[in-house]
Write a protein of this length. Sequence first.
Length: 214
Amino acid sequence: MNDLHQLLEKNRAWAENKKATDPEFFNILAQKHEPRYLWIGCSDSRVPATQLVGLEAGDLFVHRNVANVVVHTDFNCLSVLQYAVDVLKIDHIIVCGHYDCGGVKAAMKNLQLGLIDNWLRHVQDVFHNHDKMLNEIADKELRLNKLSELNVVEQVLNVSRTTIVQNAWRRGQELAVHGWIYGVQDGLLRDLSICVNNAEGLAQAYKDAVEKNG
Ligand code: CO
């Protein structure tokens, strides 16, 4: 446990530094929780959501899982989504994938890693949805990158099809769902040109994004 001592020390230094820069920083955070964005991303430690978009504690509501998958029976993800949309009334949902994703890689290679294989079946489903396009890419790395991008587009579709998002749009709530991908090799985000802000535009936005990223 002594190995963790330095983490606690770093935490104390961080909190002190925050207070030195802005004495009211924690007092303000203690009084309100009003993030404007929900981030749905991968658990990968190289993709630190809040940090890489230059935001602060209190700015980003976050859900992360292996390979940033949104499944309609995942009550963990759905609860985060429902709270974000109905209670926090966030304006934007960002689904963010990343290149060199171990989960996407394992799904593409059909690796057997244990329980997680069942979770990654969802990414394999994405592959099967677009197998013609993906199998035409001879270079393995490029094919993996493409699957990572298509996985984001599919998850944007899944988020947009939840009753939570559909009902928000039906009652006229302002809410947009975006698809981005992050490069662990250069620290940069790429916009996958999919932005959905109403139920009617979903099918076309999905079709355009698949074609654009195909
Ligand atoms: Co990943």
